[in-house]
Design a protein around this ligand. Structure first.
Ligand code: AHG
Ligand code: MN
Ligand code: MN
Ligand code: MN
Length: 337
């Protein structure tokens, strides 16, 4: 098979971006390369998950109190491993780990960035062969370089992100990442083992037909959220509908579809869990950054997600995220008395 040389690989693309900034050091390119490598390793295991014993519950409970699947731990170790051995990352925070990890070696202490990630998102779907993903978020550290990174490096508001992205292990495996300059998507070409630029400069359509929410929790949602969902069900041609409800239960897959096709994704607070389920630092912030760069919006119902000052590593937040016009309509419901 011949390789189409008009298609850039992830590494070629990040280097090309780098050349446009004479002062850039290449540390972000190298960080993205590290994450891409871990993603390829995890992809191999995800693809054979039905065959090997790595599948299934690991029998422990993670810091969020959820059952941990073996692949969650495998993915966590792969991402942590490449970042620890790379030259760009001073430390990490992970959905699967109680506390942040300071790498604290000579090279890492000189590094510019800290990374936070959800190593496997939608892991409840592994056993049933449904798309899952990885989500990551990159911050420039606020602590002094040359010293070990500190907690404040991890508790920065989302508007300080330098880059954020996700990997979707789906019918194809894709790597999508955003910097302030744009969102770009790369599809894994399994014949050469490289992520190739397939979705340049992704923009989220201002409106769409998809709404994604767990209807099973409907009666636990706030009255205004229920009214909005009810409104989605009543959409007609005349009012921009009809809408289609799509909810996979893997946020990566649900938000990816809505980013490309236009739509809205919601994980509101419930009476049982007023702050919802999703984590601000590993799930809401990276997607809020990606969607905003692509032209969309993200809020917790009261405040822009990216402006929330985090107080804890694992804090949760309600999340509403998607196409700008759909978000404006949602907000008109949420602002009702
Ligand atoms: P994780 O697998 O990382 O714990 O996250 C799962 C999340 C998210 O991906 C998904 O949208 C949501 O949980 C689904 O939750 P419900 O089943 O409560 O709707
Ligand atoms: Mn989990
Ligand atoms: Mn998750
Ligand atoms: Mn997870």
């Amino acid at each position: 098979m011949t390789v189409n040389r008009r298609i850039l690989t992830l590494d070629e693309f990040t280097l090309q971006q780098l050349r446009q900034f004479p002062t850039a050091t290449g540390e972000l390119s190298s960080l993205l390369r590290d994450i891409g490598l871990a993603a390829k390793r995890v992809n191999v295991e995800v693809n054979k998950a039905g065959l090997v014993d790595i599948l299934g519950d690991a029998g422990t409970i993670n810091v969020q109190g959820e059952d941990v699947k073996k692949l969650d731990i495998y993915a966590n170790n792969q991402f942590m491993g490449v970042l620890q051995h790379g030259i760009s990352c001073a430390g990490i925070g992970s959905e699967e780990l109680d506390d942040f990890v300071v790498f604290d070696d000579e090279v890492s202490n000189q590094s510019k960035y800290v990374v936070m990630f959800d190593p496997l998102d939608g892991s409840g779907n592994i056993d049933v062969n449904v798309s899952i993903g990885t989500i990551f978020s990159v911050y420039r550290r606020v602590s002094e370089r040359g010293k070990p990174c500190v907690k404040e490096d991890f508790l920065q508001p989302g508007n300080r992100q330098v880059a954020a992205g996700y990997v979707i292990y789906g019918s194809s495996t894709m790597f999508v990442y955003a910097t302030r300059r744009g969102v770009n998507g790369f599809t894994l070409d399994p014949s050469i083992g490289e992520f190739c630029l397939s979705h340049p400069d992704i923009k989220c359509p201002p409106s769409g037909k998809f709404y994604s929410v767990n209807h099973g929790n409907f009666f636990q949602y706030d009255i205004n959220v229920r009214k909005y969902i009810d409104g989605c069900q009543r959409k007609t041609k005349e009012t921009g509908g009809p809408y289609t409800q799509r909810y996979i239960g893997s946020m990566v897959a649900d938000v990816h579809r809505n980013l490309i096709k236009g739509g809205i994704f919601m994980y509101p607070g419930t009476t049982d869990k007023p702050k919802g389920k999703l984590r601000l630092l590993y799930e809401a912030n990276p997607f809020a950054f990606i969607l905003e760069v692509a032209g969309g919006k993200a809020t917790n119902g009261k405040e822009r997600i990216l402006d929330i000052q985090p107080t804890e590593l694992h804090q949760r937040t309600p999340l509403f995220i998607g196409s700008s016009e759909m978000m404006a309509e949602l907000e008109s419901y949420l602002n009702q008395e």
